[in-house]
Design a binder for this molecule. Structure first.
Ligand code: HEM
Ligand code: HEM
Length: 415
């Protein structure tokens, strides 16, 4: 009816007179008896409209039985499907990089599932942690697989988050109006690194113990650093309290905060859509647009399956070792180093081994981090949709610094 009126209006005709209001007007009042079909209804008894809204988001033909029952139930999701169908992803020669946010998300989901399974057997006490960790590896059916997948997926999640960050940096996806995507993403990276750091101690083996000792003493060189160390360790030294704290952070605090920030990040992705590199639209370099739902999501799923195959291959072929139980009284073995994703900071601290050098290294790193997170607000050219080569060079320098420092640790300590 409304459509007919619109057509008429466009053709310059007066809109057709609406039909006598009987059925509609009465139906609008819940509780009032309906005319026509409702003629049979008893007065005062509410009979809902029999004809419902369109229930099938995919436009299939009407089905019967279970399928139609299910169709009616998921019709509440229609607005979401409709919204997702509106989102489009630009296709160009760098589209490949759009898969890495989804891959990071995928490995995080794997972490939740495997983490919850590990929780069934793990116990976070100084006396039991290592024994339970060995028990998971050797006795629990498929326990070894779950632990290896958790440990490998942690590494892959961090790697994907780094690739995602640098690719969005070089595509300048952070520019107006996506500044908060960048900021929320950066917070997600910090939280992911926090997961890696707190999870590392949980097996309570020698390597984890001493690496955590070195990691948690870094703030000592800062004014007021002792307070931070106390908070992290729950005492002067790494011990039973530290294990409890790391465990609580790993399975409660960090997942809670990460879920919140991730929801904001993904909501922004949906609302603002996917950006294209600067100038691509004007230069005709966009080959086309594809629907996020279901086309891009289906391609994302292929990426996830490849990621999953790689994960299982790594977990089975290159298992992480169990090590020996931590002995707080023993001397630190030679060659203790943190996880690879902290190697750049680790090397910088080693390079600055002079009086006051460590504090200087921390200050430099903190300033670097602040500048990095504020890039969307500093890069005015990009926000005006103009190329900003200075920022590309800045990004390349940061990437080169991280790679060189990481490689130097590899050369000195091996893998
Ligand atoms: C809600 C999600 C998570 C839960 C419930 C969880 C739970 C656990 C548990 C119980 C352990 C100890 C068992 C063991 O050492 O094998 C563990 C270890 C670990 N977790 Fe998680 N985790 C979660 C998410 C993550 C995430 C997102 C990351 C990484 C970025 C991560 C990284 C690690 C690491 C590196 C270890 C030590 C692995 C090892 O050497 O075996 N976890 N996690
Ligand atoms: C747990 C970590 C993260 C997850 C799960 C995640 C997830 C996602 C997903 C699924 C997308 C949409 C698809 C894509 O463009 O790849 C996205 C977009 C984006 N992410 Fe992340 N992200 C994470 C970390 C980061 C980090 C570390 C940054 C940067 C510091 C970042 C910045 C962005 C930006 C700027 C976009 C918009 C891309 C565009 O419109 O072209 N994200 N993120």
């Amino acid at each position: 009816m409304a459509e007919e009126n619109n057509k008429n209006a466009m053709a310059g005709k007066a809109p057709a007179k609406p039909k006598p209001p009987a059925a509609k007007a009465v139906a609008a009042k819940p509780g009032a008896p309906k005319a026509g079909a409702a003629g049979s209804a008893k007065p005062g008894v509410y009979k809902p409209e029999e004809k419902r809204g369109e229930v099938d988001p995919f436009g299939h033909k009407k089905q019967s039985g279970l399928a139609s029952w299910a169709q009616e139930r998921y019709s509440v999701l229609n607005p979401i499907f409709d919204y997702l169908k509106k989102k489009e992803v630009p296709q160009h020669r760098h589209s490949f990089w759009y898969y890495f946010g989804g891959l990071t998300l995928f490995f995080f989901l794997i972490q939740i599932v495997t983490g919850l399974l590990l929780l069934l057997y793990y116990r976070p006490t100084e006396a039991e942690a290592f024994a339970r960790f060995v028990y998971i590896q050797t006795e629990v059916p498929y326990g070894w697989l779950i632990r290896q997948v958790h440990a490998w997926s942690a590494n892959l999640m961090v790697l994907m988050a780094f690739i995602h960050m640098f690719s969005t940096f070089f595509m300048k996806s952070y520019r107006k109006p996506r500044e908060m995507m960048w900021v929320s993403g950066f917070v997600l990276l910090l939280l992911t690194l926090g997961f890696g750091f707190t999870g590392y101690l949980l097996p309570w083996n020698e390597l984890a113990f001493f690496a955590t000792q070195i990691g948690t003493e870094v703030p000592l060189v800062m004014p007021g650093g002792e307070f931070i160390v106390q908070i992290l360790r729950g005492g002067e030294e790494v011990g039973a309290e530290t294990l409890t704290r790391m465990f609580a952070m790993h399975v409660v605090l960090l997942p809670g905060i990460l879920m919140l920030v991730l929801s904001a990040h993904l909501l922004l992705v949906q609302v603002l859509g996917t950006s294209a590199p600067i100038g691509y639209k004007e230069a005709g370099l966009i080959k086309g647009y594809e629907k996020f739902f279901p086309t891009f999501l289906a391609k994302d799923a292929i990426g996830w399956m490849i990621g999953f195959a790689l994960l299982i291959y790594l977990a089975v072929m290159f298992p992480w070792e169990i090590g020996v139980k931590a002995d707080p009284l023993a001397a630190a073995p030679f060659g203790i180093k943190p996880e690879w994703y902290f190697w750049a900071q680790f090397q910088l601290l080693k390079d600055f081994k002079f009086e006051g050098g460590e504090l200087l290294a921390i200050i430099l790193f903190t300033i670097g981090g602040i500048v990095w997170v504020l890039v969307p607000f500093i890069d005015k050219k990009a926000s005006r949709e103009e190329r900003s080569p200075m920022f590309t060079i800045f990004g390349l320098l940061v990437l080169a610094f991280m790679l060189v420092e990481t490689y130097r640790v590899y050369l000195e300590y091996g893998w």
